[in-house]
Design a protein around this ligand. Structure first.
Ligand SMILES: [Ca+2]
Ligand SMILES: [Ca+2]
Ligand SMILES: [Ca+2]
Ligand SMILES: [Ca+2]
Length: 433
């Protein structure tokens, strides 16, 4: 029954031409129809049946059941009765109503839908697609197109924000893509951030960011121009004062080194003299005295006083006044040693000298008797009985300077004039520390 749009036509047909006696009167010929029968003039019966040909007289439609709703029955021209068929012997002429528009009458009398798309009897635009429907058809656009002015035109999906980031329109379609740093989600429209750090692109630390990532470097390194590589910082190039002596760059750091005779102090930068005498790390014999100085040490031989001097202690020689050979010589020679940094800033008080024995009425004169050829030193008297040795010009080491510092004692009361000497050996270091 579903195939039948008209209920009237779908009940089992009865062949009224056989079952009814005198179904058609007079010269009329009975033609059975689905749901009724036709009475046609016999003279026309042999012609092909063409219900919509106006030249033919209207066939007579006979409704045998008389129980159908009026609405399904064609109007009877001039007739007053609503129901037909009560008198089969009185056929009435009715309008053609075999099938409604869109259906065609099949040989078995049923109305079948016309497939306008199949039979190419549609009026769809060439850009459109014909879709057959029951009793008709529709013209439609394929996906990705819409109807504008009767034409199927491509939908510019990009204009309507179909893609979250990048969009490329295409006829009947579109495609989304993502900015660098994003990947297209399975929905093919939205994008999500790529966690670049998973691929470990950085030499050191990596931070994922929305749409990108950032690298950072451990201490002592800096990020190269490529943004991912960490390169060592050359700390030594920052400042020449980073190390007291020499800076050695290392990966991620730097270190200071000191010349032989020094060690690197706790601060890691300054050089400290290695005291070879205290640590026993020297080659002095037991007879010698180890003297430490900046950057080295020396072994002092035991004091040997040259005659007429005689040894009075391990660092002092004396020439006795009773000895005639000592008449014009200094009464005592005291041996002293000191160290001095190369290039030490000047002026600098570096040594004190003082009379140990004071005679009443005596006065003292302090002077550099020998060794001051470069005029780097002078004596400055600081009191009646004392003086200071002043360094007035910088001395560059390594160097040993031996100065004879003389103290002249003058006593006019007893007409005495004598002198004593300090033989000062100065070890000037090679380095300014
Ligand atoms: Ca498109
Ligand atoms: Ca990222
Ligand atoms: Ca470094
Ligand atoms: Ca030393």
């Amino acid at each position: 029954m579903q195939e039948c749009p008209y209920q009237l036509l779908c009940i089992p047909d009865v062949d009224e031409c056989r079952t009814l006696p005198d179904a058609c009167r007079g010269d009329m010929h009975c033609v059975n129809q689905n749901g009724g029968y036709l009475c046609l003039p016999r003279s026309l019966y042999n012609q092909p049946y063409r219900p919509d040909t106006p030249a033919l007289p209207n066939p007579v439609y006979q409704d045998p059941s008389a129980g159908f709703p009026d609405t399904f029955l064609p109007a009877v021209p001039g007739g007053g009765g609503g129901r037909g068929g009560v008198e089969p012997s009185y056929p009435r002429v009715r309008s053609t109503a075999q099938c409604i528009l869109g259906y065609t009458l099949a040989e078995d009398g049923t109305c079948n839908d016309i497939d306008e798309c199949e039979t190419n009897s549609h009026h769809c635009n060439p850009t459109q697609v014909c879709i057959n429907t029951s009793g008709g058809y529709t013209c439609s656009c394929t996906e990705g197109y819409w109807l504008i002015g009767g034409q199927c035109q491509d939908i510019d999906e990009c204009r309507y924000g179909y893609c979250q980031q990048l969009c490329a329109n295409a006829p009947g379609s579109y495609s989304c893509s993502c900015n660098p740093g994003f990947i297209l989600n399975p929905d093919s429209r939205t994008c999500q951030d790529v966690d670049e750090c998973e691929d470990e692109p950085c030499s050191h630390g990596c931070f994922n960011t929305y749409g990108s990532f950032m690298c950072n470097c451990d201490e002592g390194f800096e990020l190269a121009a490529d943004g991912t590589t960490c390169i060592d910082l050359d700390e030594c190039s920052f400042s020449e004062f980073l190390c007291q002596h020499r800076c050695v760059n290392t990966p991620g750091s730097f270190s200071c080194i000191c010349p032989p005779g020094y060690y690197v102090f706790e601060d890691g930068r300054s050089c400290e003299d290695f005291n070879e005498c205290d640590t026993g790390n020297n080659t002095c014999t037991t007879a010698q005295v180890c003297f430490n100085f900046q950057g080295g040490y020396t072994c002092l031989d035991p004091l040997q006083c040259r005659p007429p001097y005689v040894e009075v202690s391990d660092n002092q020689c004396m020439c006795s006044a009773e000895n005639p050979a000592c008449r014009d010589k200094a009464f005592t020679i005291l041996y002293r040693h000191m160290d001095l940094s190369s290039g030490r800033s000047v002026p600098a008080d570096i040594f004190q000298m003082q009379a140990t024995t004071r005679y009443p009425g005596a006065f003292y004169i302090f002077q550099i008797k020998s060794g001051n050829d470069g005029r780097e030193f002078y004596m400055r008297q600081t009191s009646n009985v004392s003086a200071t040795l002043v360094l007035s010009r910088p001395i560059k080491g390594p160097k040993q300077v031996v100065l004879d510092l003389e103290m002249v004692t003058v006593n006019n009361v007893i007409n005495f004039r004598g002198s004593s000497i300090i033989r000062l050996t100065i070890f000037v270091s090679e380095h300014p520390f």
